[in-house]
Each structure stands twice: as C-alpha cells, then as structure tokens.
Ligand binder design. Structure first.
Ligand SMILES: [Zn+2]
Length: 153
C-alpha cells in the first residue's frame, strides 16, 4: 500500500491509500478519486507523500534536499515537539546507511530488486524525490537536515 497526499482545485488536502502508483492513476482517470470535502473528482497528487517508518525489514529511504527552516519565538510545547522529532529522526537514522547523492539510484535499484534491501538515507533533489514517488518507490522526506558523515569528520 502507498499513501498519497491529494489536493483538489479548491485547495482541500486529504490522504488516499492505493495499491500502487498505477492504481492511483487508474482510479484518477476513471474519476473514482474524489475530494471528501467538496466531491470534486479533479484531484491530483500533492508534492510529498508522508510515510511512517517502521522497525524491522521496512525500508526507510529518505531524501534530504535543502530544508526549510523556521526561526523566531516558539511556544515551549512546539519546541519540545521539534526536539522529540529530531530525536526520533536520529533513532531512525542510527541503523541507516548514508549514501549521499547515490540516494535516488540506490533506492530505485532496491525497489526493482537489483540491490539487497537496506535502510539508507542521502540526498535527492525534489525532482528526484517526485520521480521516485511516481515510480512507487517508497521514499519520504526527513523533517531535519542531515549532515553528510564525511563533513562531520
Ligand atoms: Zn475539495
């Protein structure tokens, strides 16, 4: 199963679950996908698909393009939540292999069985991430920037 963030022309956003990217295209063409708020069948994929990383053999490929940042006075609970998220990301990435700019290629190879499944993270442009998602490769954006390991040494 794959989840897509969908949007209608009125700007309503909602999630839809599909067997595959092709399944979504098929249903979209037959106007079977409709907005739950206004009923419009003119829906399209919103840019990013959220996915919940799971422990075990579930892969968690993660593109890391330049990240948007926030600054300013933040309520303590928001800051605490961001801190928690950052900690979760660190835990998810602990067993993950940094592949840098090879991310898109290696994700694709794993998806098509040309490479042993592994948990990897690296860098991808938004365009690469979009292409991967359209091919049904389960990638997800990281909430926080990741410094390449060779830059830390
Ligand atoms: Zn709508």
């Amino acid at each position: 199963m794959i989840v897509f963030d969908l949007a209608c022309p009125a700007g309503h956003r909602f999630e839809g679950w599909f067997a595959s990217s092709e399944d979504f295209s098929r249903q979209q063409q037959r106007a079977l996908v409709t907005c739950p708020q206004c009923g419009s069948a003119d829906v399209a994929k919103a840019p990013m698909a959220p996915a919940v990383p799971r422990k075990g053999n579930q892969r968690a490929e993660v593109p890391a393009p330049a990240q948007p940042m926030a600054s300013g006075v933040m309520p303590p609970e928001a800051a605490a939540m961001l801190g928690k998220l950052a900690q979760l990301q660190a835990e998810v990435l602990r067993d993950s292999r940094w592949v840098g700019k090879d991310f898109a290629q290696q994700s694709r190879e794993m998806h098509y069985g040309e490479r042993e499944a592994d948990v990897i993270h690296g860098q991808a442009t938004l365009e690469q991430a979009r292409d991967l998602l359209e091919e049904g490769v389960p990638v997800l954006p990281l909430p926080f920037p990741v410094a390449p390991p060779d830059e830390l040494n």
